[in-house]
Design a protein around this ligand. Structure first.
Ligand code: NZQ
Ligand code: ZN
Length: 386
């Protein structure tokens, strides 16, 4: 196991009705809040009502930034920074899914920077100061509620890039599983795929001695396989929603990656696809992950891919290569059984743009660690599923 510093500071208020307590939590850091949310789901399902009530009862002033869209745009981030500066706001509260939380984070760290906030995303400067922020999560998927990353789409350059650090981790997050009862079947499925892929991005590494992290990872994958279909069948099943919600947070709060080096190529590739085509993140991942697995399968990677197949899918093939192939097929079948696409053509992606997407996915150089991938490798992976 490699050395690591454990640091997962976000306080989690988990369970029914926990949004009622946000007033006291916020008052530890600020009194003037920017409330960030999406295109209206929180107004329909009662989340907005609960949050606004809690803020008012605590005597906290708040200004609203609505309209943050999936694959959140830089323009919303800029508007939010402007609101905070003009109205002397000192705390950012996100109520929504990963897109809303990511937008809130970028506002929080863009606030103190006089240059263009996109500079953080093109790695011109690191995050070393941010407004305090928190989230009320409404969709189990990204893990943004417990990590410091923000993934933002630049509407002008058609790029989608991550930025962030420990300072942009939410101070607290409310995880009320009942808030996810209204998530549609397709968004629930996309969320399950996202959680699944986050785990595998960290699982597929060449540190064989990270035994504990791998067994924890398999437990999160088993949770997705067990509760994903149940939540789609019965959207108001509390236990399914609760398990998926906690799985999403644990999948990407750092816990599973300690002591090892993750891969993340699948995510870089998907971000390039959704930058150009504005597709749902989890739907893109559902196609790219199996294609990536097929592409990287070789003598060096087959033992770990076979371990995954045997542990997670109870594959019994003795030969590592055969077992790995069976595991890949089971993964693909699972995603399709949730209603996810099997090809990028189903998402409107045109084969002629594979080269451009491959270039964007490798903008900072080769990607991946389980196996390094060049732009030419990425193009082949994309063409395979177009
Ligand atoms: O806009 P509203 O009205 O809120 O509707 C949203 C949106 O249309 C809806 N929704 C959310 N909660 C709901 C609900 N509808 C009904 N009931 C509810 N309770 O769902 C749609 C999708 O929302 P979005 O926030 O985009 O989904 P998700 O949480 O999957 O976030 C995806 C974004 O996060 C990024 C992705 O790339 C993508 O941009 N990621 C962020 C990461 C991070 N910060 O750590 C890591 C991930 O790998 C990922 O890249
Ligand atoms: Zn993801």
């Amino acid at each position: 196991m490699l050395d690591f510093d454990y640091n997962i500071p976000t306080r989690i208020l988990f369970g029914r009705g926990r949004a009622a307590f946000i007033g006291d939590e916020i008052k530890k850091y600020g009194r003037r809040v920017l409330l960030v949310y999406g295109s209206g789901s929180i107004k329909k399902n009662g989340v907005y009502r609960d949050v606004a009530k809690a803020l008012k009862e605590a005597g906290i002033y708040f200004k609203e930034l609505p309209g943050v869209v999936p694959n959140p745009r830089l323009s919303s981030v800029r508007r939010g920074i402007d609101f905070c500066r003009k109205d002397n706001l000192d705390f950012v509260l996100a109520a929504g899914g990963g897109s809303v939380i990511d937008c809130a984070k970028a506002i929080a760290f863009g606030f103190y920077y006089n240059g263009d906030v996109w500079d953080f995303f093109i790695k011109k400067i690191p995050v070393n100061k941010a407004l305090p922020l928190a989230s009320v999560l409404t969709l189990a998927a990204t893990g943004s509620e417990m990590n410091g990353f923000a993934v933002i789409s630049n509407d002008e350059t058609k790029e989608k890039l991550p930025a962030g650090g420990d300072l942009s981790r939410p101070r607290f997050s409310v995880l009320d599983p009942t808030y996810t009862f209204t998530v549609s079947g397709s968004q629930t499925a996309a969320g399950v795929v996202d959680i699944f892929v986050h785990v595998l991005e960290q699982y597929f590494s060449h540190q064989p001695e990270a035994f504990l992290q791998d067994r924890l990872s398999e437990a999160v994958l088993a949770t997705c396989i067990h509760y994903g279909p149940q939540a789609i069948r019965n959207p108001a099943d509390y236990e399914s929603r609760a398990n998926l919600m906690w799985a999403g947070s644990l999948a990407l709060n750092g816990l599973l990656s300690y002591g090892k080096v993750g891969d993340w190529a699948t995510h870089y590739i998907e971000h390039a696809v959704s930058a150009l085509y504005d597709v749902t993140h989890g739907a893109g991942l559902a196609v790219i992950l199996p294609a990536w697995m097929r592409y990287v399968l070789d003598k060096r990677t087959s033992p770990k891919l076979a371990l995954y197949a045997r542990r997670v899918w109870s594959v019994t093939a003795e030969d590592d290569h055969d077992a790995a192939r069976e595991g890949i097929k089971k993964t693909e079948d699972f995603f399709v059984s949730l209603g996810m696409p099997a090809g990028l053509n189903e998402l409107g992606v045109d084969k002629t743009t594979c080269k451009e997407m491959a270039r964007k996915a490798t903008i900072f150089g080769d990607i991946g660690n389980f196996r390094k991938l060049s732009a030419a490798d990425v193009e082949k992976i994309l063409i395979d599923v177009c």
